[in-house]
Design a protein around this ligand. Structure first.
Ligand SMILES: Cc1ncc(COP(=O)(O)O)c(C=O)c1O
Length: 439
């Protein structure tokens, strides 16, 4: 018996040795990031400070809303800022809504097909989320339904750049412009600077993307990025808000308000307070604790320096997936169509003609081969929190259909060609096995 058990164990170990392990989205960290973080740790200043400010300038440049950093470095006065960093993308979204004075009685429209953070921040500020179904056979929201959902209570629309593909912002602006006579800003709030519903893009996935020549960050009034550990650029946890130049908004006023919201409403940041004799401060509003540390910001700056190469690699990998997967079996999220410079964040696909049971078995069988896959996303009305707040999945048939056979494959800049080939080969084997199982 003992010998038999050992033999079985040895065979299993051999199988494991032969099996390639492919994680879903590990971070791409090199010595450059480790050195940058170590330098901050040695510097004597580790929370929000010069690294966070440098990251803000760099992000504004990436988002196409910043001034030229070299020119800024020559300035004797502080450069106007159009980016503020936060402890998460969720905090950035929430603070954008708070900056705009969104609250009870206001409606904020977004898509049913997103991560919960997009909609939970609407609840956080006391406003009402309005969720739009997907367009048929698309992960993007139905822009016709979007236009029809705009009412005098609508203050903000949050489009979501799913998987790194920017939304069709022409359509979103079209809906906003066509309904501008309905817009009724709450008096005494920043909403009064706008003539129509305000656009806050959830660009958690799309830093570095463009569509029709416009960079992610430069299209909506405000744009929120995430630097969560699985994102293209990471600070472990972190986020940022960028905004476009606007005739009736003063950038420094916007920046100062956001800086107060993210750090207890204090009129001075921690660095200014720590200066010799600089202790005194006021609290302008009961703010939040959403600041990004300099340790995290240094990681983000090092990542941004390498991001052009990382983006190129992601795009190459998407092209390899397009070649390596059978188009008869899968419908891939279109990262590479004309006019679309996707950030290639997620390799989302639909298993053509297959059921949720097939998809779920598929995920298990890929896991048995050492390949971690994922599902993006369970539509919000399927989740308890949203169901309990009155959302009914029957009103979202397109989102449900997209979800039921959606599968996301590993995609990250460190993924090797061999790993990708292994994922594609496993995909075909698993497809046959699931088909043979009759699910
Ligand atoms: C679409 C979307 N929006 C918002 C967020 C929130 O970002 P964070 O995790 O940085 O708060 C995420 C994070 O996964 C996301 O995927």
């Amino acid at each position: 018996m003992i010998v038999e058990a050992d033999t079985v164990k040895a065979e299993t170990d051999t199988e494991k040795d032969e099996m390639m392990r492919v994680d879903f989205s590990p971070p791409d960290i090199t010595e450059a990031e480790i050195t940058a973080v170590a330098e901050v740790l040695r510097s004597g200043w580790i929370t929000t400070g010069p690294q966070a400010s440098a990251l803000e300038l760099e992000l504004a440049r990436w988002a196409g809303v910043g001034d030229d950093v070299a020119a800024v470095a020559d300035c004797t006065t502080a450069p106007p800022r159009r980016a503020a960093v936060f402890s998460s993308g969720t905090a950035a979204l929430e603070c954008a809504l708070r900056l705009l004075g969104i609250g009870p009685g206001d409606e904020v429209i977004t898509t049913a097909y997103t991560f919960t953070a997009t909609a939970s921040v609407i609840y956080h500020v006391g406003a009402t989320p309005v969720l739009i179904d997907c367009a048929p056979n698309s992960f993007e929201m139905d822009y016709v339904a979007l236009k029809e959902a705009i009412t005098p209570r609508t203050k903000v629309i949050i489009p979501v750049d799913i998987g790194g593909v920017m939304c069709d912002y022409y359509q979103v602006w079209g809906a906003i412009n066509a309904t501008s006579e309905l817009f009724s800003p709450t008096s005494g709030t920043l909403q009064e600077a706008f003539d129509s519903v305000i656009m806050l893009a959830d660009a958690a996935h799309s830093l570095g993307a463009s569509r029709f020549g416009h960079a992610s960050g430069s299209v909506a009034d405000f744009t929120a990025f995430s630097f969560h550990a699985v994102k293209n650029v990471t600070t472990a946890e972190g986020g940022a808000l960028v905004w476009k130049r606007h005739a009736r908004l003063d950038d420094e006023t916007v920046y100062r308000h956001l800086a107060q919201l993210r750090l207890h409403g204090q009129t001075k940041d921690a660095l200014a307070k720590s200066a010799l004799g600089g202790w005194e401060y006021d609290v302008a509003l009961p703010g939040y604790k959403y600041n990004l540390t300099d340790v995290a910001a240094a990681l983000g700056l090092a990542q941004l320096t390498r991001y052009p190469q990382m983006l190129t690699r992601r795009r190459e990998l998407v092209d390899s997936y397009v070649k390596g997967l059978d188009g008869e079996k899968v419908q891939l999220l279109d990262h590479r169509n004309e006019g679309n410079g996707s950030s290639c964040h997620l390799l989302m696909l639909r298993l053509r003609g297959k059921s949720q049971t097939f998809r779920d078995l598929f995920i298990q069988k890929m896991a048995q081969r050492g390949v971690t896959t994922n599902v993006h996303y369970k539509p919000l009305p399927l989740l308890s929190a949203y169901r309990q707040r009155g959302f009914d999945i029957r009103a979202y048939p397109q989102a449900l259909a997209q979800y039921q056979n959606e599968l996301s494959l590993p995609l990250y800049s460190k993924l090797t060609d061999e790993q990708l080939a292994y994922v594609c080969a496993s995909f075909d084997d698993v497809w046959d096995e699931c088909a043979a199982a009759g699910v």
